[in-house]
Design a protein around this ligand. Structure first.
Ligand code: GTP
Ligand code: SPV
Ligand code: MN
Length: 584
């Protein structure tokens, strides 16, 4: 299946000359190909079979124990001008980065198969979709790309028609953290990733293309590439609104996207439809609204914490045709992770007999890979070529204190400032310490492919005549009480907060003006079906003026890191909140 596109053939020739593979396999994306790859990996021990009675066609991959998460300090944006990458990204000059990477890639595929993976991010017939080709020596990566993207012959046909594609080169290498880099060349629409087999580092269509490269393109072309879920909320009146929400890694996107309404709201007629759980591409439509697609075709989700109680939709899709990575296993060969149920697993994520003294049985960043079509709540509009119209944008983080359950921005510029101000406690999705509060504007700290100052300016540029922009909200499901427990039940009950937002979008619900934004009256949140102490709800909706003054002062220090490049409007929005707090 050699391509008719000369640029593709030529690039492949160059890569093959450099990496010296024993054979080249052009992926066609068929089920037969997927099955053959699976059989080879089972035979080589790269995948392990799971219980075929409880989990038909499910497999387990155990990664190298030192290769379990994204590596942000080794992930570079290589632009000609250092300032274009911004203080928010590690940077290397393109020539230097290519030389460094090509030295690593030299001869690295000797004796191995080179896979050519043409893929399309987004519905294959969508004008919003974009294509790429990943060259990799990892069968595990190819299998994951089968589930996560539209890959193979249809994608190649689109690439040949368009003549344009993102070039991604990946090798698992020696899995030596000293010889591991993920380099992005936005000016060349190219990615080079070496030394890791982990999702975000190796499935190049995902974070590398659909966020870092796409965010660069989106700025040039007037659209947005965001780390957001997309969910449709159908009210008892039958109207469906779509919400896009940016939460940092392992902070609840998958769970909100697949939310099951609590019993009282389900009885009242609320329904929830999943469009995407991690990435959202949105562009202004002819009607002035923002229309969004999920560029992915599958979910690469966090396993720990997923249970019949927290996320029944996820659990229902994970009992067949799923690849698990770094989960534990029960004595009868079922996948298991912390939070699933009360069983005790036999083997930990490294395949050793489980010993609680060694820590959790499943790796805290263990994941599942599954086709989105297996999700019971998958929206009938998830694959619409034109996308879905967005009514509300939600920002949120993992904040044990200060940040209230929900508040609404006064207008777009205020909302952009709230997004830029986002902070969150770090999680196991990236290497490094967990639970440390850091700035993560719009949940894009690890994923924005250019200078954050320019990114904020790009967001602000949508505030113009002719556009009907979504309302912007901020949420926090992770406030803790003095006992260290979460104050808000979260998960399905988050729909109570979304319902207030939708009422706001329809002009229905009242709001209280506060210095930080608009908030619901406690009685406006439908918490009748909840056993939530009044004191907890009050704490969740409390604005602490002194704490907020400190927060806004710290934001000023953060903004000053961007110097004169920071849009003045952002700083004036910050001052406005500070002044309102002082006047209060
Ligand atoms: P990435 O795939 O890393 O981008 O993460 P994500 O944002 O999709 O996070 P996910 O939904 O997988 O949630 C991560 C963890 O947070 C899981 O362990 C969840 O159980 C937990 N979580 C999600 N929603 C809530 C919530 O509303 N409340 C609480 N307390 N925990 C939650
Ligand atoms: C994240 O870390 O935000 C993820 C997982 O969604 S990864 O694909 O590895 O980036
Ligand atoms: Mn993510």
């Amino acid at each position: 299946m050699p391509s008719t596109l000369a640029a593709l053939n030529q690039w492949l020739d160059e890569v093959a000359l450099l990496t010296q593979p024993a054979r080249i396999h052009w992926c066609d994306g068929t089920q037969a190909e997927y099955a053959a790859l699976g059989a080879q990996m089972l035979e080589r021990g790269e995948l392990h079979a799971l219980n075929p009675h409880t989990h038909p066609r499910c497999t387990l991959h155990r990664s190298h124990p030192g290769d379990v998460a994204r590596v942000e300090h080794l992930t570079y944006i290589c632009t000609r001008e250092r300032a274009d990458a911004g203080p928010n990204n590690p940077w290397l000059a393109p020539a230097e980065a290519h030389a460094k990477m090509d030295a690593l890639f030299a001869g690295c595929m000797r004796g191995r198969t080179l896979y050519v993976v043409p893929y399309c991010m987004g519905p294959i017939d969508s004008p919003l979709a974009r294509c790429g080709v990943e060259i990799t020596d990892s069968a595990y990566v190819v299998a994951n790309m089968h589930l996560m993207t539209r890959m193979g012959a249809p994608a190649l046909a689109r690439i040949e028609r368009e003549g344009r594609f993102v070039k991604g080169l990946h090798s698992t290498g020696e899995l030596d953290p000293e010889r591991r880099f993920i380099m992005h060349f936005p000016e060349e629409l190219a990615i080079k990733s070496y030394g890791s087999g982990y999702g975000g580092n190796a499935l190049l269509g995902k974070k590398c293309h659909a966020l870092r490269i796409a965010s660069w393109q989106a700025r040039q072309e007037g659209w947005l590439a965001e780390h957001m879920l997309i969910v449709g909320i159908q009210s008892p009146q039958g109207q469906t609104h779509y919400i896009a929400a940016a939460f940092p890694s392992a902070c609840g996107k998958t769970n909100l996207a697949m939310l099951v309404p609590p019993a009282d709201m389900r009885r009242a007629g609320w329904k929830v439809w999943t469009v995407g759980d991690d990435i959202c591409w949105m562009a202004p439509g002819k009607d002035g609204r923002l229309w969004a697609i999920n560029p992915e075709a599958g979910f690469f989700g966090v396993a720990p914490g997923t249970s019949a109680k927290t996320n029944p939709n996820a659990l229902a899709m994970l009992d067949h045709h799923t690849i698990f990575t770094n989960v534990a296993v029960t004595a009868d060969g079922q996948p298991w992770w912390e939070g699933l149920d009360a069983r005790v697993p036999a083997l930990d994520w490294q395949g050793r007999p489980f010993d609680p003294a060694r820590g959790p049985a499943a790796h805290p960043n263990s994941r599942f890979t599954v086709s989105a079509r297996q999700c019971p709540s998958f929206s009938p509009h998830a694959e619409d070529a034109q996308g879905v119209p967005i009514s509300a944008i939600v920002f949120g983080g993992r904040r044990e204190s200060l940040l209230p359950l929900v508040f609404e921005a006064r207008d777009w510029a205020h909302g952009v400032m709230l997004g830029a101000a986002m902070g969150s406690e770090t999680t196991a999705a990236a290497s490094g310490a967990v639970g440390v509060l850091r700035r993560d504007p719009m949940a894009m700290k690890p994923f924005c492919g250019y200078n954050f100052a320019d990114y904020f300016a790009h967001w602000l540029s949508f505030d113009r005549p002719g556009l009907q922009l979504p309302r912007i909200f901020h949420v926090n499901w992770f406030r803790k009480g003095s006992d260290g427990n979460f104050l808000w039940p979260g998960f399905g009950d988050n729909l109570r907060v979304l319902a207030w937002m939708l009422a706001r979008c329809e002009g229905g619900a009242a709001a209280v003006e506060t210095p930080i934004g608009r908030m619901p009256h406690a009685h406006y949140l439908d918490t009748a079906g909840l056993r939530l102490p009044a004191a907890a709800l009050e704490a969740l909706l409390h604005v602490d003026p002194a704490g907020w003054q400190r927060e806004m002062a710290a934001l000023g220090d953060y903004f000053s890191e961007f110097g004169a490049r920071l849009p003045a409007r952002l700083e004036s929005e910050r001052r406005r909140v500070l002044e309102a707090l002082e006047a209060n």
